[in-house]
Ligand binder design. Structure first.
Ligand code: MN
Length: 736
């Protein structure tokens, strides 16, 4: 903002000479008597020596930059640690100094802050799409674990903007200005540093739209001269109105900053002439009561512009800004805006969070903030004993529930914490997610279930014709990925159920000696609440509809003969596709099954990859997998239509949670149990259950359940056990 009475500050003004060590210390001492003089002195000397003869684009010694950044932060009354970090902020990135050096010389706190600022400087908005700005801001916030990191970064940017005109390359100047406007000015706004926001915006505006800014300034000057001393007249009258009402107040008049006028012109699509409220007045009083009294005095004296009144005192803005805003037709028949606030509210408005630890007023504040982090900040402000303590505990928990990653093009994608490359792929495009077969993170191939971190660059490898794997559902965390995968499974599952149901009926017809006729089943579909023949097949396939009932309805003349025994080794159902199975408990890759269909491994025989297996369709339960030699299968001999031919997918990966059961006879010796568990452990088996079934003076009979990858793995363990003398015998157990 620009004081009406004053001149526009030259943004390009720079000090004619560098601040000296003692001057910096004195600046801090003014607001912080406990200044760490030694720390500041050492940081000053270290930085100056590290930057040595480096120079800036302006020709100035490079050291002038960190020094100026430190200077900006003294204006914000920052603590000694922050000022020291500001002095050192470019040493790791731009000089031979390492983070270890900083750590050794200045301790872990300064090192952590320097590291934070360095990391922030390394990420740059790689694509200049405006829609990325919001995510990028979030990334910056997420990476600023300590609010001081963010404040130093903003001060760094402010000084770079002040010296931007020294850069020769106009493209680079524009890019930096655009980034400032999109990212850093809104961040300053967000944490409530109005002063810095205004300056960043004005400097960026000057670079990006010099003509517009110049004409607005010229226009403002013209209005000022033409209107005579309008501002002063208004000031005088407002003061007397307040005085008459017995309110002690300070009144300031100001013009809006050129950039905020420009934004308003764009937003409302109006010409400058139509913008009447370019003047704003600020009334500062001592107490909240006086704020409302002043508002009453103004409203009873002037016409109020409808819709302009806002009470940010009872409902503060998220950045904790508090004020009353109103618009009136002022003394000179001009529309003017008035802000009414207390002195401490004013300090918060100008300095934002930085104001809080110098904030000693006992003034009551209502906490209407909607952001958790701000509530936490407030909490810390209220409970911290010292400014130092406040800062130490201010770990910004900003967006800790999110993670931000880059695409190879530099687009930024925001994902929930715990997201994987599959979530990333779906966030890019559902087509990319559906056909995703692999991923590179920061240039390296990684498993699709890898958890992504802030700033990771993710390249998704897709394959034409690829399709989502049901297994993904177990590790994706984003709603979009999950719903797409489920949808795909449902669609494919239905198709598979239709095929399965149809072939089950075909098979049953063959058994019963009738020729399969679609028409017969189509006619009875309605009887089974199936809308179509396909629905009926799907219901049979999913075991929702007993197949016998359907068959009997289709061929009423062929009553089912319950005792008709059919050879179970008869023709097995052959599925044309090669779907994959999953189960909530034991996800394993099987051939011949339906995606999404519940799969259980029979407890009687504990089938393992490599075993010859068969599936039994169980109504309402999906498919149970047995080993082909399992005794339990005899009880299914009469219902061959429920048998399905399944096999292990050769390419199955390492699956967990599969259990093989062993019957072990152990010699009763002191270390027998230890030997048993050691051998199993050494062979990467995981004992999940162990039960002594019989005990004699010589031997223990034990049942051991071991988690293994496949039957070969179990065979290895059995062989290793047999090789040991303490173990009398080992057999794999199937059936009871
Ligand atoms: Mn810098």
């Amino acid at each position: 903002m620009i004081d009406v009475s004053g001149e526009i500050t030259k943004a390009t003004a720079k000090p004619s000479r560098m601040m000296r060590q003692y001057e910096l210390v004195e600046r801090v001492r003014v607001y912080d008597p406990s200044v760490d003089e030694d720390l500041l002195n050492r940081a000053y000397v270290f930085s100056m020596q590290a930057h040595g003869t480096q120079t800036r684009a302006s020709g100035d010694p490079y050291f002038s930059h960190p020094l100026e950044v430190a200077g900006i932060l003294t204006e914000m009354k920052m603590d000694s640690t922050t000022i020291a970090t500001a002095l050192l902020h470019d040493t790791v990135e731009d000089t031979l100094a390492s983070l270890e050096d900083i750590q050794k010389q200045f301790g872990p706190n300064v090192a952590r802050l320097v590291d934070g600022v360095t990391k922030l400087s390394r990420i740059e908005l790689q694509s200049d799409q405006a829609k990325q700005a919001d995510n990028f801001r979030k990334l910056v916030l997420a990476m600023s674990e300590d609010i001081r990191v963010l404040l130093i970064k903003l001060a760094d940017r402010l000084h770079n903007m002040r010296t931007l005109h020294h850069l020769k390359d106009p493209e680079k100047r524009k890019r930096i200005a655009r980034e400032t406007l999109d990212i850093y000015a809104p961040l300053a706004e967000r944490i409530g540093i109005e002063k810095m926001q205004d300056e960043l915006e004005d400097l960026a505006f000057a670079e990006l739209n010099t003509d517009a800014r110049n004409s607005i300034i010229a226009r403002l000057n013209f209005l000022r001269s033409e209107g005579g001393d309008v501002a002063n007249k208004v000031l005088k009258e407002l003061r007397s109105v307040l005085e008459q009402s017995g309110i002690k107040a300070e009144v300031h008049g100001r013009e809006k900053a050129p950039y905020s006028i420009w934004r308003k012109m764009q937003r409302k699509n109006v010409a400058f002439e139509q913008l009447s409220d370019i003047m704003a007045f600020r009334i500062t009083v001592d107490t909240i009561e006086q704020c409302y009294q002043a508002l009453g005095a103004i409203h009873s004296r002037y016409h109020v512009v409808p819709g302009r009144f806002k009470d940010y005192i009872s409902t503060p803005k998220p950045n904790k800004y508090q004020s009353l805003h109103t618009g009136i037709i002022g003394p000179e028949k001009q529309r003017i805006e008035i802000q009414i606030r207390t002195k401490s509210m004013h300090e918060v408005a100008e300095l934002g969070v930085a104001a809080h630890w110098t904030y000693k007023s006992g003034e009551q504040r209502t906490d209407g903030t909607q952001y958790r982090w701000l509530r936490e900040l407030l909490d810390i402000v209220e409970h911290a004993q010292k400014p130092e303590e406040f800062l130490e505990h201010t770990k910004l928990e900003l967006f800790q529930d999110q993670v931000f990653c880059f695409s190879p093009k530099g687009d930024l994608i925001a994902l929930p914490r715990g997201a994987t490359p599959v979530d990333f792929a779906y966030a890019v495009h559902s087509g990319v997610g559906d056909t995703c077969v692999g991923a590179k993170v920061n240039g390296r191939m990684v498993p699709l279930r890898t958890v992504l971190h802030n700033g990771d660059q993710v390249e998704v490898v897709t394959q034409k014709g690829g399709s989502p794997s049901p297994a993904w559902e177990r590790f994706v965390v984003s709603g979009k990925a999950r719903s797409r995968i489920r949808k795909f499974i449902r669609t494919q599952q239905r198709a598979e159920y239709v095929t399965l149901g149809r072939s089950m009926l075909e098979k049953l017809c063959k058994q019963e000696g009738v020729s399969f006729a679609e028409k017969a089943f189509e006619a009875v579909a309605k009887n089974f609440q199936a809308g179509s023949l396909e629905d009926l097949y799907a219901n049979v396939g999913a075991s929702l509809q007993p197949i016998r009932d359907v068959f009997n309805a289709g061929f009423p003349e062929h009553r089912a003969k319950a005792d008709d025994k059919t050879d179970k080794s008869g023709e097995k159902i052959a599925l044309t596709t090669k779907p994959k199975a999953r189960s909530l408990t034991t996800p394993l890759t099987l051939k011949g099954l339906i995606p999404g269909m519940a799969v259980h491994y029979a407890r009687c025989c504990h089938p393992l990859p490599g075993d010859a297996i068969v599936g039994i369709v169980t109504t309402g339960k999906g498919v149970t997998i047995h080993t082909q030699d399992c005794e339990t299968l005899e009880s299914f001999a009469r219902v061959p239509e429920r048998w399905i031919d399944v096999g292990w997918d050769d390419g199955h990966g390492k699956e967990e949670g599969l259990v093989g059961r062993l019957t072990v006879v152990l010699t009763n010796l002191p270390n027998s149990f230890g030997t048993l568990t050691t051998i199993i452990g050494k062979n990467n088996g995981n004992i999940t259950n162990l039960k002594i079934t019989n005990r004699t003076p010589e031997f223990f009979d034990i049942l051991v359940d071991v988690e293994v990858q496949d039957v070969k793995h179990l065979t290895n363990i059995v062989a290793a056990l047999r090789a040991n003398g303490a173990i009398n015998s080992v057999e794999r157990t199937k059936g009871r």
